[in-house]
Write a protein that binds this ligand. Structure first.
Ligand code: TYD
Length: 255
């Protein structure tokens, strides 16, 4: 699986097409023509964006890796990346965001920094990969900002969505895998020093969990909610089944 690091994925040769989102923030449906066989094939290829979301310690990274291997076995090009980060600029912004020394950062500044890192990742890594027809697996994406900054920080989901609509050129994930877990369980899985956001009180993380569940309920076609408290192999089975079914529904050829 290709892990998108700045050293591996350059800025790309510039987009020959107008931004052609996999799915647009203004329309709940994915773009027509999803690259499957047949006349409706999307000129961008069969690229698809799958985001993994959840509270701290929910198991996103492990599950992302396992799904990536599975998709590669099915013959897909897979690009794995993470947020905040995934580009040299994004990794520098990540360091600022997570540094406990950034205490006192205003919630709006925080939301804008997450959106800035995302904007860079979309242009430098995600769109070029989608244009090649790859499946992009992203460890967190837009819905983390909606849950953490929009809901838990109290900025409002609509406001954060608007900033990100602009920042990403409207690129929505085709599938969101939500690993649902009680945050006290997730935080207990990772003892040791906590970054600035992990270090928020438990109530904050509970609000994040509830927000993710609300977002999933409001958008059931996009979300696959999996119980993150199950053994990892069972989670992996459910993630694989749910993602393949959704990609299939969207007529993505899986080899
Ligand atoms: P992540 O790398 O997933 O941390 P971890 O591996 O510890 O789960 O995410 C970093 C932190 O940033 C995490 O606490 C969630 C937070 N975050 C937001 O608050 N908003 C966002 O938009 C994103 C992408 C992450």
């Amino acid at each position: 699986m290709r892990r998108a690091r700045a050293s591996q994925v350059g800025p790309g040769p510039g987009d020959p097409e107008p931004p052609g989102p996999a799915a647009d923030l203004d329309s709940p449906q994915p773009a027509a023509g999803l690259g499957g066989p047949g006349p409706a094939a999307d000129p961008r290829g069969a690229g698809r964006l799958v985001a993994f979301e959840g509270v701290e310690g929910a198991g996103k990274s492990t599950q992302l890796r396992l799904l990536g291997r599975e998709l590669e076995r099915l013959g897909r090009e897979v690009v794995a990346t993470r947020e905040p980060g995934g580009t040299p600029l994004g990794e520098r912004v990540r360091a600022i965001l997570l540094d406990p020394a950034s205490a006192g950062m205003h919630p709006r500044a925080e939301a804008l920094l997450f959106a800035a890192a995302r904007a860079q990742l979309v242009e430098q890594v995600i769109r070029p990969a989608l244009d090649r027809g790859a499946v992009v697996l992203c460890d967190r994406y837009l819905h983390s900002s909606l849950a953490y900054q929009g809901a838990a920080r109290g900025l409002g989901v609509e406001a954060v969505q608007a900033v990100n609509r602009w920042g990403t050129g409207g690129l929505l994930p085709d599938v969101v895998v939500l690993l649902d877990l009680d945050p006290s369980v997730g935080l207990a899985r990772r003892p040791g020093s906590r970054d600035r956001i992990e270090d928020q009180e438990l109530e904050f993380h509970r609000a994040v969990r509830l927000a993710f569940r609300d977002l999933a309920e409001a958008d059931p076609d996009r979300f696959a909610v999996v119980d993150g408290d199950l053994p990892a192999e069972q989670v992996a089975d459910r993630v694989r089944a749910a993602v393949l079914a959704r990609l299939e529904e969207r007529r993505v050829g899986l080899g």
